[in-house]
Design a protein around this ligand. Structure first.
Ligand code: HSE
Length: 330
């Protein structure tokens, strides 16, 4: 029986979900992979915070960078943020030739080239299924299931907060600010919701998907990104009258000149379009592949168990020796 030693940086919603999944499904995972997943070290902002689990055998590191110095084989970065300590941890992990699992969409979107370069230079893999659309295994689909295809386009509802707000505006005839406030009260939207409602979060996810789809590096280009802040009830009503709805859609495709075009914007969605029925906090991705045709995935894009499912899928790939190069490589 092998052991995969795992260190986790960040014990928030996703980190706690990963610990819970590894602990509650330990036997099942062990049987399936012939590997024992052992959490050997953790780091979080507040050591004294009450938690639903205990990790008596894990080393506590006040500084996440110290996780790399432990005997962990894999560092799971769940801190978030494009720069700062998350970036430093990514860099130190790869320089020390430890495998990196990350859910950090903004860091991958903004620094994908550098991460890819470090991964190649230090011959150390990076796994990032949890960075896009939570429970939807869309990165796996692109780089494994559809690897024999040229990708024609990727479209997606990639931000659950925006989809929730637009759904309630549509169903309950309420204005944007009113619904946003409710979403914040319910904890769906961040206290500062700008990254969600202005399209940046969907833009980060699209840049990552686009890189996997078209074998390039992520190119997060703000100029083709807009959000839902300006959408009024009048716009929603007009869409309804035309037998459709409005959705924030990320769209990437390769044009005739071989340039990759990316946009995030509110689009009119006809009733016949599969995106029409994707409501509330749900995400969806449609991939148009040269040979497999159109594939549509729908599911939850955020949440503790949901995102943990993607992180642990990466850990299973590592345990099984399944290596997939990061962006831009074949
Ligand atoms: N704020 C994000 C969303 C969380 O609403 O989709 C998941 O990435």
């Amino acid at each position: 029986m092998k052991t995969l030693k795992v260190a986790i940086a960040g014990l928030g919603t996703v980190g706690s979900g990963v610990v819970n999944l590894l602990q509650s499904q330990g036997d099942f995972l062990q049987t399936r992979t012939r590997t024992k997943f052992e959490i050997v070290a953790v780091s979080a902002r507040d050591i004294s915070k009450p938690r639903m689990f205990s990790l008596p055998n894990a080393v506590w590191c006040d500084d996440p960078l110290d996780l790399v110095e432990t005997d962990a084989d894999v560092i799971v970065e769940l801190i978030g943020g494009a720069g700062g300590v998350a970036y430093d941890l990514m860099e130190k992990t790869l320089v020390h030739k430890k495998t990196l699992v990350t859910a950090n969409k903004s860091m991958l979107a903004m620094h994908g080239g550098k991460i890819s370069q470090l991964s190649v230079h230090h011959n150390t893999p990076v796994y990032c299924e949890a960075s896009v659309a939570g429970g939807l295994p869309v990165i796996k689909l692109l780089r494994e299931g559809l690897s024999a295809n040229k990708i024609v386009s990727v479209r997606g509802i990639l931000n659950g907060t925006c989809n929730y707000i637009l759904t309630l505006m549509h169903q309950q005839k309420r204005e944007f600010l009113d619904v946003l406030q409710e979403a914040q009260e319910k904890g769906f939207a961040e206290a500062d919701p700008s990254l969600d409602v202005d399209g940046g979060d969907a833009g980060h996810k699209l840049a990552i998907l686009s890189a996997f789809a078209f074998h390039t590096l992520p190119n997060f280009d703000e100029k083709n990104i807009s959000g839902i802040r300006a959408i009024t009830l009048k716009d929603i009503d007009q869409a309804l009258q035309k037998n459709g709805s409005l959705k924030l859609i990320g769209h990437a495709f390769c044009d005739q000149d071989n340039n990759i075009q990316q946009s995030v914007r509110v689009e009119f969605i006809d009733r016949a379009d599969p995106f029409y029925n994707v409501n509330d906090v749900f995400n969806a991705v449609e991939i148009h592949a040269s040979h497999a045709g159109k594939i549509f995935l729908q599911g939850k894009g955020a949440g503790s168990e949901i995102t943990a499912s993607a992180v642990v899928a990466d850990l299973i790939d590592i345990a099984m020796g399944r290596y997939f190069p990061l962006f831009g490589e074949v």
